[in-house]
Design a protein around this ligand. Structure first.
Ligand SMILES: *Cc1c(COP(=O)(O)O)cnc(C)c1O
Length: 432
């Protein structure tokens, strides 16, 4: 598979180069030169395939011959080696739980897939690949856990001091080995600005092979398609496909879902569910796209003012507003409505939503009111225990910490403090 830069000012590359580079030299995002069409048998007999087999068949065309089949099969198998259960909340809405991975959020699959691809590619390289990533919470943990112990790859995570939850901080700072946490005295935007500057810096560019590990990177973005296949596998009424509501921030997850749909997976419609950071829902209402400064909310993984993957969505629909609008409906959900939804769903159905899943639930419930006989799925992107203050206040009781998170609680945090300045980051990187 060939990938081209959406800025069209850089040469096309293979999957391997796109993964190692992260972003194209012209700062564009990479996009597949053609969207592979799924084998009809795969769809009509989807329940005959194992999770691993399905993952291999879906991913293979995007990787081509850059990874041999045996290695690719084990990479996808390791990336998805936990459950993705579809749980009915009530008669109309089910929850696809994407939080059963090691860091309790959906980013685990993309981070695990990307780390193993980079590990594979680094075998025939002499120099180490350095992954530099800024996090507002969930990305850092998933990347730290996914890349831990991968040879030939080192990971440097920047996070805003005091602005991530206690569980999130432990997930970032207790790994050791090839993972380093930089605790920045500033905001998430400061961390992101420092990382962006590092990618553009000539001195660093000559000294090391830097790459990104957010959904800009095709190896993190593409495997997210698999969720939608697992949802459809578990969907009983195959002739009446679901509406899927996706809690969206940087729009990588929903963009992967749209890719699966374009390649032939039956999904009736998509809901882009946002908190008040709603540049895309605004676009879907008006046809005009305008980024906004990010505003903090209780669903903080979606506090993004200018979603990176929006340009990929436009490309997928050939820049035609009406086609995008036919496939995706946007919703804006306030913090008040999010809290009320967590409380209501718990009281009515004894199901505990996290704030991100609650945004999706609220949007989907509103959408379904306009239609008879249509049912839907929300993607539950994080375990509620990652947001204990909000969730416990809404449901009026404490939530149990799952076993997988308990082991981290007693560990010692190790981080390097750093002022919010690029020169401090550069000095650190050069002096290593
Ligand atoms: C990252 C994240 C999102 C947003 O996903 P995007 O692909 O950036 O749209 C939603 N929920 C949770 C819990 C997340 O960690």
């Amino acid at each position: 598979m060939i990938y081209y830069s959406l800025n069209k000012q850089a040469p096309p590359v293979s999957f391997k180069e796109a993964t190692v580079l992260g972003q194209a030299p012209d700062k564009g995002l990479y996009f597949p030169s053609q969207i592979p069409m799924l084998d009809q048998h795969l769809i009509s007999s989807i329940n005959d395939y194992s999770k691993e087999d399905l993952a291999f068949r879906v991913m293979k065309p995007y990787i081509g011959s850059d990874i041999d089949d045996t290695a690719l099969f084990s990479i996808v198998s390791e990336a998805i080696n936990f459950e993705f259960p579809l749980v009915a909340i009530n008669s109309n809405i089910s929850s696809l739980e994407l939080f059963h991975g090691p860091t309790l959020a959906f980013k685990d699959v993309g981070a695990r897939f990307m780390s193993r691809c980079l590990g594979y590619f680094s075998k025939d390289r002499s120099n180490t690949i350095t992954v530099l990533v800024a996090t507002s919470g969930d990305t850092g943990g998933a990347v730290a856990n996914g890349f831990l112990g991968v040879e030939g790859v080192e990971v440097i995570i920047l996070y805003p001091s005091g602005k991530v939850s206690p569980v999130q901080e432990l997930q970032l700072t207790t790994c050791g080995q090839n993972i380093t946490a930089l605790e920045v005295e500033g905001s998430f935007d400061d961390c992101q600005a420092m990382v962006k500057e590092a990618f553009m810096d000539e001195v660093l560019h000559k000294k090391m092979q830097l790459t990104s590990a957010n959904s800009i990177n095709v190896a993190r973005w593409l495997p997210q398609q698999l969720y939608y296949f697992y949802a459809y596998q578990q969907w009983a009424d195959k002739f009446n496909p679901p509406v899927v509501a996706v809690p969206s921030g940087n729009f990588g997850n929903i963009c992967a879902g749209l890719l699966a749909q374009v390649s032939g997976l039956p999904i009736k419609h998509f809901i882009a569910a946002c908190n008040i950071n709603d540049a895309v829902p605004d676009y879907l209402r008006t046809g005009i796209y305008q980024s906004k400064p990010a505003v903090p909310t209780i669903s903080n993984a979606m506090d993004v003012g200018n979603p990176s993957n929006f340009v990929r969505i436009l490309e997928m629909f050939k820049q035609e507003f009406t086609t995008v609008k036919d496939c995706v409906t946007g919703y804006t959900v306030s913090d008040e409505a999010t809290k009320a939804t967590i409380a209501e769903v718990y009281q009515r159905n004894q199901y505990i939503l996290d704030p991100h899943g609650a945004v999706a639930y609220h949007a989907l419930e509103n959408y379904l009111q306009n239609y008879l006989n249509i049912k839907g799925i929300i993607l539950e992107t994080a375990h509620p225990v990652k947001f204990p203050a909000t969730v416990e206040a809404a449901i009026g009781k404490s939530i149990e910490i799952p076993e997988s998170a308990q082991s981290i609680m007693g560990k010692k945090k190790i981080s390097i403090q750093m002022p919010a300045s690029f020169s401090a980051l550069k000095e650190y990187l050069v002096s290593r």
